[in-house]
Design a protein around this ligand. Structure first.
Ligand code: ADP
Ligand code: ZN
Ligand code: ZN
Length: 739
């Protein structure tokens, strides 16, 4: 029976041992099981190295594990060392093993969860073996085959057809059979005659199609500003220099600079990663990379099946695809010759992962670039204060088409009845009369659409979370936006029997109706998470793009990266809703929201304008955004952050303890605070949070100048408290750099 290789169980001194020891981190979700564990490599497994994936015996079980180190000797006596059962075909570049372990440490997670990020898709933590690529035959024409075609050498019709097909490019046997009707034996006889080569190869991976939305990408000659930006990037490639911030207004041609930079990295024989926010929202960007680099691009679309992800992973691992375009997880693309990482729309919150490990792909990109000598380029029209303070900046100050950014008008909503200001109504009416296009952005947080009883003042709340339920009229139901709880729209109050139910706020549906009345007969296109689930974001965007005139209305999604050349009006509703939340990023978010929407307007012949509705139109973030003055905003914001000790002048860690009964979450939070404080790191709280998904929650916030020390203190405290029996009822979530 195999033994458990337990370091703690052995107090014997290190001894030399002929052979190779693999240190294996088991991929188990159990937090308590801490590797790595030693295994002895023998015979066929001797070429196993860091990054190899092994099936290992572990007590009575078999586990999947990753080799994180190899050594000549072990602290364990040879007779206690077990051998791996098998090595898997897939392996991970060494540098990615280090990166996965770094993520685990930096974000206070487990090695298994950190490593799971860098493994082939589908491996998961302890979920068993990953899919293997299916083996199939692939045919390639030989020079003799080409000569035979030219010379008209005698051969069967099917053989000839097969050779002609292959003259273009190698093809899988199955595809060849479909196209020419040739059988397996035809191919074998061609092979015997030396006219083709047959080899076993992974199935030609499925390609994903990315539909172009909006303006078509053409190959262009760069403007002087783009040329200068590209020159800086090019000279920094391969030098190990620190990251660059490409700060360019919307429409300044950042994507074209990315394309050239990626081409430059490829010419140097290196690979490139292009991080984008959710691809469904920005299909144009991914499409332009596919257009420029064809099969060399792997697009990690969220709609890919597990199998397709796996195929794309292998194309990258084998070096067939050398550019990876995708959302945050693309930062773990399995390249071992990385030259460039681009983070497009670097201000976007989607780069932060919400579940454990709560990593920030921008920070991981920075780490990976530094480790592998690759260049990081973060691009945006609205840089984060953190990037502004730490990266060298390149500017693209004007739009490619030479147009000015549109004028932005701030209007106050105090005392205004209904969701739209008079100025907004006028502007929309003008869009209607002239058959133009408008985008209306609803800053969702202020617009929660809830119900109350007019008689007894009952408010409809989620039974699991302490928040109000939101009405969805089209479905005639109310639902919780935190846990997804749904119930039918109420007709009577269950508390007092009254049939008088009041609706508060106006969600996107309500607004859509108002807008339809205002701009009829122009069409209104709604884009929010309900629609995203149903029709698909890309479909709605395409419809809006193809329409001659109309209004696109929706949440933040409408302000993300689309390029519609003929929008003449942009409207932001309740722009300062974000400012009314106690969040140190409120200013940054508000500025970005307005600036990003402003960038969508006035890109065509007819010019454009923007109206921003707010309760308090004098708010600083709004005024800077209205003036398109990112520099002044960033300067003021960095000063404010310095005074308050917020990033980049300090680091935040949030610890949330939760439990089903009330009480244990608070006790656990207190215990953690004590330990953290004892380590000399100040912690605020615990503060109760609203109940979510039927769990009571308490939060601690740690703010520190010393990042490394703070993370270490939190890790030690959480691991200790989590292991204590008296806190067994509590669960823990740690968020380093919360958004
Ligand atoms: P950004 O990413 O900065 O918002 P894009 O890269 O999307 O800007 O460029 C905006 C538009 O300008 C696109 O339609 C793009 O094809 C076009 N464009 C970019 N660079 C040039 C150029 N040098 N000459 C002409 N058109 C360009
Ligand atoms: Zn009532
Ligand atoms: Zn709920």
């Amino acid at each position: 029976m195999p033994t458990i290789n337990d370091h703690a169980a052995s107090s014997e001194p290190a001894r030399s041992f002929a052979g190779v020891i693999a240190k294996v981190e088991p991929l188990t979700p159990a937090r308590s099981l801490r590797g790595p564990f030693d295994y002895r490599l023998a015979g066929a497994l001797e070429d196993v190295g860091v990054g190899s994936m092994l099936v290992v015996p572990f007590g009575r079980r078999r586990l999947l594990g990753v080799v994180v180190d190899v050594a000549a000797e072990s602290e364990l006596p040879p007779e206690r060392l077990a051998e791996p059962i098998a090595a898997l075909e897939a392996d991970v570049p060494q540098s990615l093993v280090a990166l996965g372990l770094w993520v685990a440490r930096e974000y206070v997670s487990t090695p298994a969860r950190g490593l799971a990020l860098v493994l082939p898709p589908g491996t998961g933590t302890g979920a068993g073996r990953p899919l293997r690529p299916k083996r199939s035959l692939r045919a390639t024409i030989t020079p003799a085959g080409e000569a035979a075609l030219r010379d008209g050498t005698r051969m069967g019709a099917k053989q000839k057809a097969a050779l002609e097909e292959l003259a273009g490019a190698p093809l899988g046997a199955a595809a060849l059979a479909r196209r020419t009707g040739c059988t397996h034996s035809t191919l074998r006889s061609l092979e015997r005659r030396g006219l083709i080569r047959l080899e076993s190869a992974a199935d030609a991976p499925r390609r994903t199609r990315v539909h172009a939305v909006g303006a078509l990408a053409r190959s262009v000659s760069l403007t002087a500003d783009q040329e200068a930006a590209f020159a800086t990037i090019e000279t920094n490639l391969g030098t190990g220099r620190p990251p660059l911030l490409l700060h360019g207004v919307t429409g300044s041609g950042k994507t074209e600079v990315y394309l050239r930079s990626v081409a430059a990295a490829l010419e140097r024989g290196q690979s490139a990663i292009v991080l984008v926010p959710e691809i469904a929202l920005t299909p144009q960007t991914a499409g332009r990379f596919v257009e420029r680099f064809g099969e060399q691009v792997a697009v990690m679309h969220s709609r890919l099946s597990q199998r397709e992800r796996y195929d794309e992973w292998w194309r990258m691992r084998r070096g067939e695809a050398r550019v990876c375009v995708g959302p945050r997880s693309a930062v773990f693309a399995p390249f071992d010759d990385l030259g460039l990482i681009i983070v497009d729309e670097e201000h976007d919150g989607s780069y932060k992962q919400e579940g454990d490990p709560r990593y920030d792909a921008r920070a991981v990109a920075e780490r990976r670039a530094a480790d592998e000598g690759a260049l990081l380029v973060a691009g945006t029209a609205t840089p984060r204060p953190e990037s502004m303070a730490r990266y060298e900046r390149i500017r693209l100050p004007s739009r490619v088409d030479g147009r000015e950014l549109p004028p932005v008008e701030l209007v106050g909503m105090a005392g205004v009845a209904g969701p739209l200001h008079e100025r907004t109504r006028e502007a929309l009416d003008r869009v209607r009369r002239q058959s133009e296009k408008a985008i209306v952005l609803l800053n969702r947080r202020g617009w929660s659409n809830f119900l109350s009883c007019r008689t007894c003042a009952r408010v409809w709340e989620c039974p699991h979370c302490d928040v109000t339920l939101v009405l969805h009229r089209a479905l005639d139901e109310v639902s919780c936006h935190h846990c997804g709880h749904r119930e039918p729209g109420p007709r009577v109050c269950p508390d007092c029997g009254s049939t008088s139910v009041a609706r508060h706020g106006a969600g996107t549906e309500q607004l859509e109706r108002d807008l339809e009345e205002l701009v009829a007969p122009l069409p209104v296109f709604r884009l929010d998470s309900d629609v995203a689930a149903a029709a698909g974001v890309a479909t709605v965007l395409r419809r809006f793009d193809e329409a001659d005139a109309g209004v696109l209305v929706g949440t933040q999604m409408v302000a993300k990266g689309h390029d519609f050349p003929d929008v003449t009006l942009g409207v932001v509703l309740d722009a300062d809703a974000t400012l009314r939340f106690p969040d140190f990023r409120a200013e940054e978010r508000t500025f970005a929201l307005v600036a990003q929407l402003a960038g969508r307007s006035g890109r065509g012949e007819r010019g454009g304008r923007v109206i921003v509705q707010a309760l308090d139109p004098t708010a600083e973030a709004l005024r800077f955004a209205a003036r398109h003055d990112a520099d002044a905003f960033l300067e003021a914001e960095l000063r404010r952050r310095e005074l308050l000790g917020y990033p980049p002048h300090g680091h935040l860690i949030r610890v949330v303890c939760s439990s089903t009964d009330e009480g244990p979450e608070l006790e656990a939070a207190k215990a953690i605070r004590e330990r953290v404080s004892a380590a000399g790191v100040p912690a605020l709280g615990p503060a109760p949070l609203f109940r979510r998904q039927a769990r009571h929650r308490a939060q601690l916030v740690i703010r520190s100048q010393d990042r490394v020390e703070a993370i270490a203190a939190v890790r030690e405290a959480v691991e200790t408290v989590a292991a204590m029996r008296e806190h067994a009822a509590a669960s823990f979530a740690v968020d380093v750099d919360p958004q």
